[in-house]
Design a protein around this ligand. Structure first.
Ligand code: SAM
Ligand code: SF4
Length: 330
């Protein structure tokens, strides 16, 4: 290893979120506008070989964790082959994937064999009618079967990501919290963010972590759980006697910028140092114009150097971002 990537604010950057596609088989109301989005042209999407080259160079600088995301990563052809190649990159110790779970039952076994370590499944409702109104898709039973298949083959830990939105699914917070009592899964509540489908965002629909925690406390005390380095920005707790853990991710009420250890790579090859900043550094064109690895190293270091100290999203609401979450890579 050449040396760890360290930014101006002494944060060590060892985690890269890689978006492999902006396509998706769902249209979640908070992520994509109802009219749909204009997809990035196929030839603008990084080829797997190009992503692997970037990850190889980044791993020399201490990037050891990679999360695959999208859009819906399981929609991209040959995703299993890609993960198998990624797991052979020296220095990459942890590979995880965020999925909506629709295709998980089909892929869980092969992903596990390919070297995937962990999986996060986004699920915002356990009620089929509500699930359909949130995702504009009718796949709740597929997602649930996918989670059970992932559990069966040993993809651990499985985490369910849930975005509570006032008036949509906040009446299910306790049902999700109770999933952790009997099953060794993690349920993570993520604060609704003003990014993605602009027509849906309203401040009154946002529910803070504090409010979610207060609702859950009717089930018992939330005992803090020591977070390991893989826990990322989540604050973790356990209900009395529960097998699984409840996590809270609070990008708005308690932003975790001071410990942020990540860079994002968009599917069209831009390095994005912060989810909430539009600054991006292009890697695709330099690579396609024949640059050498030294140039990739230089651009990676530049992205780390321009990583902002923190976001100021709460001062800018309502926000206007060029990219939806599916295009950035959530
Ligand atoms: N399609 C995959 C999925 O849904 O898990 C991966 C990509 S999706 C953009 C990643 C995560 O971003 C999901 O857990 C989703 O709930 C979250 N997300 C999207 N828009 C959001 C918003 N406005 N506020 C909070 N979370 C959001
Ligand atoms: Fe697709 Fe994930 Fe966005 Fe939903 S949150 S539309 S599943 S990318």
């Amino acid at each position: 290893m050449i040396g760890p990537l360290q930014d101006q604010f002494d944060r060590k950057i060892d985690y890269m979120r890689v978006s492999v596609t902006d396509r998706c088989n769902l249209r979640c109301i908070y992520c994509m506008p109802s009219e749909g989005v204009k997809f990035i042209e196929h030839h603008e999407i990084l080829r797997y070989e190009e992503i692997l080259r970037i990850v190889r160079v980044a791993s020399r600088f201490g990037i050891s964790k990679v999360r695959i995301t999208g859009g819906e990563p399981l929609m991209r052809r040959d995703i299993v082959r890609f993960i198998a190649s990624l797991s052979e990159v020296s220095g990459i110790e942890d590979i995880s994937l965020t999925t909506n779970g629709v295709l998980l039952k089909l892929y869980a076994g092969d992903l596990f064999k390919a070297g995937l370590h962990r999986i996060n499944v986004s699920l915002d409702s356990l009620d089929p009618v509500k699930y359909e109104s949130i995702t504009r898709g009718n796949h709740l039973s597929d997602v649930w079967e996918g989670i059970e298949e992932a559990e069966r083959i040993g993809l651990k830990p499985i985490k369910i990501n849930n975005v509570p939105i006032r008036g949509f699914n906040d009446d299910e917070i306790l049902d999700f919290a109770m999933l952790t009592i009997k099953r060794p899964i993690g349920v993570r509540f993520i604060e609704f963010m003003p990014i993605g489908a602009k027509e849906i965002w309203e401040e009154r629909k946002y529910i803070s972590t504090e409010e979610i925690k207060n609702k859950i406390r009717v089930l018992g005390d939330l005992k803090p759980v020591n977070s390991d380095r893989q826990a990322g920005p989540a604050e973790n707790y356990r209900l009395p006697g529960a097998s699984g853990v409840i996590g809270f991710i609070s990008p708005l009420s308690n932003h975790f910028c001071s410990t942020c250890n990540r860079l994002r790579l968009t599917s069209d090859g831009k390095l994005r140092p912060c989810l909430f900043s539009e600054s991006e550094i292009d890697l695709k064109n330099p690579i396609r114009n024949g640059c050498d690895d030294d140039e990739i190293e230089r651009l990676l270091c530049l992205a780390v150097q321009i990583k902002p100290q923190g976001h100021r999203i709460t001062e800018r609401m309502p926000c206007r971002f060029q990219r939806t979450m599916s295009k950035i890579g959530g």
